[in-house]
Write a protein that binds this ligand. Structure first.
Ligand code: XMP
Length: 528
């Protein structure tokens, strides 16, 4: 195991992620972790980056036992400065801050006395490396027994190494994908220098996580969580089911703006397929009732749906807790499960300061308020592709594991203008046909997200010799890796023709179909 001590950089989780990709197990703990309190001995220690200056009075420092542990240490960014501070107190505020790309030159020392040791970190890596920097402070000079192993034009000590011990410091971030060959550097450290085992797998993650959940929740504790039929909430729910069985209570709120037949399908998959204890609450009327009359304010739709969801969920939670009281599994519900992923965690860190809200995606942020529940987030260290791998590992059907994301406010933000039962019917039927055709054409996995949206305008058409005046469906399909930027999918004309024909023929109330060819930016993925 590699111990990652976290000084609060927004990239720290990426270090554990990269190590996992190398099949090396790592654990991330706060920078103040006392080594004596650990029940295991790390094979190596990584000190992460962080937003502080090591020389300031309130700067965090590691347990000095780290330097007596007799294991290799790698300091990244703040971690490098922490090493330099420990060995010589020689860190200064830099005159120039350095953010973004930098050209790193590796300084090799050859086979000489210390060369064998200090060259190990960059072994096999090209001389010139394009790296990602993000720092303000720098070293004034090297501490005793340290040498330079890499430089940039702005940072003469971009890489340093101890000449007698396997201690290394790098100013750049090897864990971000912007740093080319960053993984090779981490591999040199973890596998070659620390000799960490490379036998970690997702199967092991499952076992560890189940153990962790059992310990956290205790032998009687009960957990409640909302499921949507999406991959994140389903994987989180299945993990809970494996860990604590029927002491996990899943709730599916049918808000009336789910996809066609979705509530029914999710219920079948979760209960029959995965054995999860699920309560389905049909609150369509309450949601649609409140959405009535909201015509041109997408944020208001989001708010109504978010708040109504919280209300319905809380009522349901109360009922479930009351029922559980009388059973032999007494003890009220103390925990709320959330399928938060790592990108959500980063987003909430980087948007801590004032920032313009383009859309309020986290519609249920207020769920915890007034519920006296503690949060349990088993996926918070994982990325989407890892969650999919985990889902497959837990026996969740392929179809669900590869499902496109679906927003909390559902098709309400895909029905431009007022959301009425009739508009919901039209949008649902058109969407169903579009997705069915995408699957039939074998394109579902290539496309990141696709849906049909309903335009609140009428156009003229001619059907069966009769003039009609009906609505317009806009198809949207995008490819993206991070959902922050996206490009529209280049369908073949034959495909679009087929979908258009089917929608106009099969969906009552539609006489035209258009394809949205706007990228993000300037568009967004959803229409509202
Ligand atoms: P946009 O439209 O902002 O969408 O380009 C990016 C991703 O976020 C999803 N999305 C939402 N998800 N609640 C959600 O849970 C929302 O209010 C919401 N709005 C957008 C969208 O589907 C896409 O995957």
């Amino acid at each position: 195991t590699i111990l990652v001590l976290d000084f609060g950089s927004q990239y720290t989780h990426l270090i554990t992620r990269r190590l996992r990709e190398l099949n090396v197990y790592s654990e991330m703990l706060p920078c103040t972790q006392k080594l004596a309190d650990l029940s295991w001995k790390p094979k190596g220690i990584i000190l992460s980056g962080g937003p502080y200056s090591v020389y300031s009075d309130d700067a965090p420092h590691v347990d000095p036992a780290v330097f007596d542990a007799g294991v290799p240490i790698l300091g990244i960014c703040y971690g490098l400065q922490e090493l330099a501070w420990h060995f010589g107190k020689n860190v200064l505020a830099g005159e120039k801050r350095e953010y973004g790309h930098a050209d790193l030159k590796i300084a090799r020392h050859g086979d000489g006395e210390a060369g064998g040791l200090v060259d190990k970190l960059f072994s096999g890596v090209e001389e010139d490396m394009n790296v990602w920097m993000s720092h303000g402070d720098k070293l004034s000079h090297l501490p005793e027994d340290w040498t330079t192993i890499a430089t940039t034009s702005n940072a003469p000590f971009a890489g340093i190494a101890h000449t007698k011990k396997p201690y290394y410091g790098i100013q750049f971030h090897p864990e971000v994908t912007h740093t080319k060959n960053g993984t090779a550097v981490l591999k040199n450290f973890a596998v070659d220098i620390c000799q960490a085992r490379t036998d970690w797998t997702m199967g092991k993650f499952v076992d560890q996580e189940i153990e962790r959940i059992r310990k956290l929740v205790g032998p009687k504790g009960q957990v409640i969580g909302a499921v949507s039929g999406g991959v994140d909430s389903t994987v989180a729910a299945k993990l809970m089911k494996e860990a604590i069985g029927d002491r996990f209570h899943a709730v599916l709120v049918d808000n009336g703006v789910l996809r066609l037949n979705e509530a029914k399908q999710v219920k079948e998959t979760l209960t029959q397929g995965l054995g999860i204890k699920l309560t389905v609450i049909d609150a369509s009327e309450r949601f649609l009732g409140r959405l009535k009359g909201v015509t041109d304010d997408p944020e208001k739709k989001r708010k109504i749906i978010g708040n109504t969801f919280i209300e319905v969920f809380q009522e349901t939670a109360k009922k479930i807790a009351e029922d559980a009281q009388g059973s032999d599994k007494a003890g009220e519900i103390e925990w709320l499960l959330q399928g938060t992923l790592y990108p959500d965690v980063i987003e909430s860190i980087s948007f801590k300061g004032p920032s313009a809200t383009i859309k309020t995606h986290h519609n249920v942020g207020g769920l915890l308020e007034g519920m006296h529940l503690k949060l349990i987030e088993p996926l918070r260290e994982l990325f989407k592709d890892e969650v999919r791998e985990l889902g497959t590992n837990l026996g969740i059907p392929e179809d669900l594991v590869w499902r496109h994301p679906f927003p909390g406010p559902g098709i309400a933000i895909r029905i431009l203008g007022e959301v009425t039962p009739e508009q919901v019917r039209i949008a649902r039927e058109a969407d169903f046909i579009f997705i069915e055709e995408i699957k039939a054409a074998g394109l579902y996995r290539k496309i990141s997200q696709a849906f049909a949206a309903l335009m609140p305008v009428k156009a003229v058409g001619v059907m069966g010799d009769k003039r009609v005046h009906d609505q317009v469906i806009a198809l949207r399909a995008v490819e993206t890796t991070d959902f922050m930027t996206a490009d529209w999918y280049p369908f073949e004309f034959e495909f679009l023709k087929r979908v258009s024909r089917r929608i106009v023929n099969e969906v009552n109330g539609v006489c035209r179909v258009v394809y949205d060819i706007t990228s993000k930016p300037p568009g967004t993925i959803e229409m509202e």
